[in-house]
Design a protein around this ligand. Structure first.
Ligand SMILES: [Fe+2]
Length: 613
């Protein structure tokens, strides 16, 4: 049975072609349109999926879409809002005394944080705005009013969006002659399906957490023998996705794309300053449930951001998230007597939170779906349908995207006027250059599916230089508070990281952090964060031999089984898809060399004023 999974059109639209539980092709539309987190029907990705697999549209048996019809979504949104109103009716939230006490706990800081004007930087907005934020975000009566009206405004916007995407989905499928084959699914079932069915676990607790989907912000279920059974729902607007988006936006970043920057920033802050204040916004009197006070009131996070150092605000949001989610997981793991948990949904892009989940007492195994956000939802329901109750298989790799022939690559290089050579032992040559201090891009094989570059569209560098985070990010036009992530030979995981056991599969896709060993901290300072953690990609040779061999050859030269792996793209651009994209990013980034297919391309010298020149 061939199923075309279409992920939600509102952001990161993705097409997946799945047959009998096997993903034949999957790619996000952003890689083709070159618009980050592309919204709208994934026309090019669908066309690429059909072309790459030699499938005619008429051969598709079913189109799976992970949202209900907009009218049903509206009913579910209304239900959630009524529930929030009942919670707010019975609770008066006054955070002002706690905020006054928190002011006294702000530490003095010195030293530089790359990307911040100074270590205690606040988001100052001027006296008038700040007065308004204080009233609307923190005074008991007004903040309650603003929270309720924010929820209603969110609902109105969501209704309009669902109607619009509904129309676009149906008209686009009609153009393909597939409109009669559309089937809709509850959103969190799609997250549950992609994580459970690719985990290889027979029995697992399934936790999904995101911003919004089919009236919910998350769910808890149990997977057993290939079946998925729902145990509990978390109702929107009690949503950890919107919670994290609000702090991301209040600290000046793009709320839907830059959550990872807050995770990185949080490690510089002190969670004791505001952690308890944040926790007081959760109703934790119902174990295993998620209830939040005034969650959509953005003025609260604006108020914090204007009065407290950004690092402490970030640390508090991260801390409260970790505490609340760890409690939820512990509750349901205990109740179901489960030691394995699988995770999906945009919130589980939070690699530090996933580490905390792995550390929950009684949790032995953790797996995170590599495309945990909504881009993975179409794949989830397509897997579910095509397996039809049969159990899934553990994921082998996420190289589901397009690939290009040697001839196509050579033609692009020639038309760009670049000199290139076929190198007999390319892995050894790349390793030698990295060991000598060069930045080398790698483009090879099928493109990765999901948000992370996993070696086939990656930039590689050695991890010995602590300040590489600043100059390389500057050259690539990025500000990142997380250090670059390391790719590590699978066999060397114990030498580099603590407590990896049970999270090996998650770590093959860079979805979880670990505490680093002393050896790792000393040998690879560029890949270790200020809190002593790293977010590795563990690489096995059978998954990606060409990539593995580079790290392995590098280890022969240096004794270090790790390299930095960062995504091959320029500032705010999606990861490169075609050889042409790769050439453009390579030239603009002034990288030293590029291994593309079987060829090596020499780079140009960095321009004057480059941070490393
Ligand atoms: Fe979602």
């Amino acid at each position: 049975m061939k199923v075309l999974g279409i992920s939600p059109l509102d952001k990161d639209a993705t097409a997946s072609l799945v047959e009998d539980g096997k993903v034949l092709f999957a790619a996000a539309e952003e890689r083709y349109s070159r618009r980050k987190q592309h919204a709208g029907f994934p026309h090019d990705a669908v066309a690429a999926a059909l072309a790459a697999t030699g499938t005619a549209a008429a051969e598709i048996d079913l189109v799976a879409y992970p949202f209900f019809d907009w009218r049903r979504e509206v009913e579910l949104i209304e239900r959630g809002l009524a529930e929030e109103a009942r919670l707010l009716d019975g609770h008066k939230l006054d955070v002002r005394p706690a905020l006054r006490a928190a002011k006294a706990r702000v530490p003095d800081r010195e030293g530089e944080i790359f990307g911040l004007s100074e270590p205690n930087a606040r988001m100052k907005k001027g006296p008038l705005k700040e007065l308004f934020y204080a009233a609307a975000g923190a005074s008991p009566w007004l903040s309650d009013r603003f929270a309720r009206s924010a929820s209603r405004a969110w609902a109105r916007a969501a209704v309009e969006a669902h109607r619009m995407w509904n129309r676009e989905l149906e008209s686009s499928l009609a153009e393909l002659g597939l409109d009669g084959k559309l089937r809709r699914y509850e959103h969190h079932l799609s997250h549950a399906a992609n994580s459970y069915l690719t985990s290889g676990y027979d029995r697992a607790l399934i936790v999904t957490l995101d911003g919004y989907g089919s009236g919910l912000s998350g769910s808890v279920g149990i997977g057993e023998g290939g079946d998925i059974r729902r145990l509990h729902d978390f109702h929107f607007p009690f949503s950890l996705g919107t919670y994290y988006e609000s702090v991301t936006s209040s600290l000046g970043y793009n709320p839907t794309r830059h959550g990872g920057k807050i995770v990185g920033l949080a490690a510089y802050g002190d969670p004791r300053v505001l952690g308890e204040v944040l926790l007081s916004r959760f109703d934790r009197s119902h174990p295993g449930d998620l209830r939040m006070f005034q969650n959509l009131n953005l003025y609260f996070s604006r108020h914090l951001a204007s009065h407290f150092p950004a690092v402490d605000v970030a640390a508090a949001y991260q801390h409260a998230l970790e505490v609340v989610v760890a409690e939820i997981v512990a509750h349901w793991a205990g109740k179901t007597k489960t030691d394995a948990v699988v995770l999906s949904g945009g919130v589980v892009a939070n690699v530090k939170m996933n580490q905390r989940i792995h550390e929950v007492a009684g949790i032995e195994r953790v797996y995170v779906y590599p495309n945990m956000g909504d881009g993975g939802c179409g794949t989830g329901v397509a897997l579910l349908e095509s397996l039809d109750g049969r159990g899934g298989a553990p994921i082998h790799d996420a190289f589901y995207g397009p690939e290009f022939s040697e001839r196509e690559i050579a033609e692009e290089l020639e038309s760009a006027g670049l000199e290139f050579a076929r190198i007999p032992d390319l892995a050894a040559e790349v390793a030698r250059r990295i060991h000598a201090g060069q930045v080398v891009a790698r483009f090879d094989g099928r493109m990765e599916y999901g948000p992370r570059a996993l070696g086939n569209r990656s930039i590689l560098y050695h991890a010995r230089e602590p300040h590489v985070n600043q100059w390389l990010n500057q050259r690539l036009g990025r500000t990142e508070f997380m250090p670059f992530a390391p790719v590590t030979l699978y066999e060397a995981r114990g030498r580099c990281y603590e407590n990896v056991a049970g999270a090996e599969l998650a770590a093959q896709f860079m979805t979880i952090t670990f505490d680093c060993t002393e050896w790792m901290r000393e040998s690879c300072p560029a890949a270790v964060h200020v809190d002593g953690t790293a977010r590795p990609q563990l690489i096995r040779r059978e998954v990606s031999p060409g990539y593995y061999d580079i790290v392995s050859e590098y280890e022969k030269l240096s004794g270090i089984p790790c390299l930095i792996n960062t995504s091959f793209n320029m500032h705010e651009e999606p990861i490169v898809c075609t050889p042409r994209d790769a050439i453009r990013a390579f030239v603009r980034g002034h990288l030293d060399a590029m291994a593309i297919g079987p060829f090596l391309v020499e780079g140009s010298k960095p321009p004057a004023g480059d941070p490393r020149s």
